[in-house]
Design a protein around this ligand. Sequence first.
Ligand code: NDP
Length: 481
Amino acid sequence: MITKMLIGGNWVNAADNKTFEVSDPRTGLPFASVPLGGIRDADAAVDAACLAFKSWAKTNVFARAALLRDAGALVEKNKQEIGRLMSREQGKPAQEAITEVQKAADILRYYAAEGERVYGRIIPSDESGTFSMVVYQPIGPCAAITPWNYPVELLAWKIGAALAAGCTLVCKLPSETPLCALLFIKYITDAGLPGGVINALTGEGKVIGQRILERKEIRKAAFTGSTAVGKDVLASCTESLRRSSMELGGSLPMLVFKDCDLDSAAIGAARRSFKNMGQICIAINRIYAEREIYEQFLSRFKEETEKLIIGDGLDGTADLGPMCKKQGVEAVTAHISDAIEKGARLITGGKAPVIPGFESGNWFSPTILADTDHSMKIMSEETFGPAVGVMPFDSMEEAVNLANDSIYGLAAIIYTQNLATVNYCAQALEAGNVAVNNVDAGTINAPYGGWKQSGFGHEHGPEGLYEYLNVKHVRIHAGGE
Ligand code: NDP
């Protein structure tokens, strides 16, 4: 286990030696501590990233890619260790955590290859002997601020793209899950990464996150987190007009049409509403089912949901572990109470199960609420927990209007066998990602980003790489015509 921060290639304590505890969500009890970084640590990390940038930006792109490939291999080799540690501090089942680490290794390799494909272009001119050249150059030292729900994968998206582009990073790790992120970074640096290319800080976001952003040498902020904190981060970028990408909150609508494969929709709904205890920015929050199949869908959805086994994520049998934070349990409970008070029907769940041996943990049962409407928090705010609201609709236009009735626009899901319905909805839905007859809107080689208050900018795909590159136009009069 790594319990120190990484600054300029050295694993260090906080300058003032302060620490904070990391808890196990199965019990709510602390099991490790990491440095509580402060202003001096943030400054040292920014300085290290600036110094390293001078040589990393000039390092041959193929050499950078080779290091990323080696890093991916080392992460993959050690995915069990990183994944089990993630399960311990985040709560998700170990197998799911190990899969997350595998995806992180894959994205390092993906961006190694994508970095080698940044070609620029040559543009002809109407003047003889003259042409324009467009080149892409690394933007500079960057900040990466990430949350606890996918503590390794969300970091990997940023590390892969930034390093391939020739940028250096100061990473502010999530306070709930710093350990797996530190270990992941250790295996990346073991590949031979020069000191200062990645720096990793632990501590409070409002202290060290803000300090990193105060430093004008940081040329881009890559933030994933809540919309509320995203607005603060964005405000901290305006003074220096810093580039930023904001991957923020969501309230994902799923549209279930009467002509769909109902079994597949119900299985998909159970998976995407409750995986990682609903603590996913693209977890299903709201389901709109066509009135003719509304009760039938509810009954199949309930059946699939009640098959899910909740328990100790480390023992290998559970589909769902505890929620990461006690406050998460409180938030989901509040959304359920609000909905029931306003007339929603409880289909399943609604309370915390008792898990023998782990009675003090952050448990909650997957919960389905029917007959909901948009006056209820469950349908209008991000729950970020294992509860979903379902309501009927009568026409395709009504379904799309309901889906779009949200400040968020991260992703949406449609289940239908009708191509015209797919065509209409996929275009009319106000979301950066739309999944049709599947529930996985995100994939490594296609752009992933939000609309409206779900943010802007992209990760994944070439778009994710170009976030870290400046465009330069060079107009050359070469003569020789
Ligand atoms: P938060 O916004 O609370 O925190 C995210 C990160 O920001 C943490 O590392 C946090 O540090 C840091 N932070 C907090 N305050 C500041 C500040 N003032 N300045 C700089 N950094 C700060 O989000 P959660 O951790 O609660 O994560 C859940 C949220 O993330 C949900 O809304 C979810 O939808 C969203 N999310 C979005 C995704 C997307 O791709 N669109 C993907 C995954 C999650 P600390 O932990 O120390 O407070």
